[in-house]
Design a protein around this ligand. Structure first.
Ligand code: URA
Ligand code: CA
Length: 433
């Protein structure tokens, strides 16, 4: 087989076989196939797309390019959740202890990554002492004992995807549904999940700006997951405005604590119950999503979900007393209110701009080398549909620097205020099974 012939085959719109796709991914991983041929191949996929079979083969080949995590020592059906990312998405912090509290094993491999805020691990590190440096035996033991543990990402997970994603980033081939879908799914599958619930976001703050693209991506991922034998389903949820109120690491931990006892922001609360219900059902702990939802509401109300969160944190070295006293979490020096310049109803909150504002404060990483300030971030006081008076606060800035003029400007610009009443946007557009 020659790579040049396979590029031509894809360029001309023909379907590649499993052997051909394995040849490409194995060759690329072992550096036998150079970046320039892989770039041309990615561009051919960008224009020609991939069939359902090709997507499954590509994902499977990328999974096998590195470590595949074996969770078979953990009792029960391991369900993972993946969100395509947005602004202030606090769901993982809530969902992991929430579903663990009803007996679903949560064996989570998580990362740091770039973004408006840190990743799940950064957020959890707001809790003094918490760490994710566990060996495999400890990880398995903790999940079996507590139903929940989080471990750092293995360095050798899907190296083919790591290299290809980097290459796509500089060759204008990121925006391809088959490539995005196989990239995301390869990582989830290599991390060992038996079943996967996907939260595909749509709107200004998301990767997929409109519902059609989000639906295509969701369908592509669900087909791949089921195609490789992992039960997979997706919902499409709104990211036209940030989720919940808090954007920032320790601020989101505090928001997660509130949500775990049923006192969180309405949208975050509802999204966690929806995603959680699917996870519990896929794990075989409930007969249907209504029963699952009731179980989750019960553990919120009884305090069991919060207890599980505490046990989880202290099992990984964290000082769980901060859960009862969140003032012990990292706290910023200054609080500055961003005031509305007129009265009216909030019609729009440009999520991407709010994300940039949080990043400017230091809540997220611009580059891999940046350090995160766990204390800083934003707390939204008003969401779409809310009424605001002139000079009333829209957002509280939590900052460690006095100079927040640029942040204030970005936030005021992100908010649109109109005279007529505005409806709250839908939170969940549809499900894809
Ligand atoms: N996220 C990923 O992990 N891969 C993509 O290709 C795009 C977004
Ligand atoms: Ca939030």
């Amino acid at each position: 087989m020659r790579m040049v012939d396979l590029i031509a085959k894809k360029r001309d719109g023909h379907e590649l076989s499993k052997q051909e796709i394995n040849f490409i991914i194995e060759g690329y991983t072992s550096k036998g196939i150079p970046d320039y041929q892989m770039s041309a191949f990615s561009m051919a996929i960008f224009f020609q797309g991939m069939t359902k079979n090709e997507r499954v083969y590509l994902t499977d080949a990328m999974v096998k390019s590195g470590d595949v995590i074996d969770l078979s020592e953990i009792d029960g059906i391991k369900v993972d959740k993946h969100s395509t990312g947005g602004v202030g998405d606090t769901t993982t912090l809530v969902l992991a202890p929430l579903v663990a509290a009803v007996g679903v094993p949560v064996a989570k491999m998580s990362g740091r990554g770039l973004g408006h805020t840190g990743g799940t691990i950064d957020k959890l590190e707001s809790v003094p002492g918490f760490h994710v440096e566990l060996n495999n035996e400890e990880f398995v033991r903790l999940v079996n004992e507590n139903k929940i543990a989080v471990i750092g990402q293995s360095a050798n997970l899907t190296p083919a995807d790591k290299n290809l994603y980097g290459l796509r980033d500089v060759t204008a081939t990121v925006d391809s549904i088959p490539l995005i879908a196989s990239s995301i799914m390869s990582k989830k599958i290599a991390a060992g999940a038996d079943a996967i619930v996907l939260d595909v976001k749509t709107g200004d703050g998301a990767f997929m700006k409109n519902l059609d693209d989000a639906s295509d991506l969701a369908e592509a991922m669900v087909d791949i997951g089921n195609g490789v034998g992992r039960k997979t389903m997706a919902i499409i949820s709104d990211m036209s405005q940030p989720l919940g109120f808090a954007i920032g690491n320790s601020l989101e931990v505090k928001e997660a604590i509130d949500t775990l006892v049923g006192k969180g922001p309405a949208d975050l609360h509802e999204l966690c119950l929806t995603l959680g219900s699917y996870m519990v059902t896929l794990a075989g702990k409930a007969n249907d999503i209504n029963e699952a939802r009731k179980m989750l509401e019960d553990v919120m109300e009884s305090g069991k979900a919060l207890e599980v969160f505490k046990t989880f944190l202290s099992s990984q070295g964290g000082d769980a007393s901060v859960i009862d006293d969140p003032t012990q979490l990292p706290t910023a020096k200054y609080k500055v209110e961003v005031l509305a310049k007129r009265a009216g109803y909030i019609s729009k909150i440009t999520a991407s701009q709010i994300g940039t504002a949080a990043m400017l404060l230091g809540a997220g990483r611009k580059t891999k080398e940046s350090t995160i300030d766990l204390a800083v971030g934003l707390v939204l006081k008003k969401k779409i549909g809310d009424h605001v008076d002139n000079n009333e606060s829209l957002v509280t800035i939590h900052s460690n620097s006095k100079d927040v003029d640029e942040v204030i400007r970005l936030i005021q610009d992100a908010y649109s205020i109109v005279d007529e009443q505005v409806e709250t946007p839908a939170l969940i557009y549809k499900e894809v099974v």
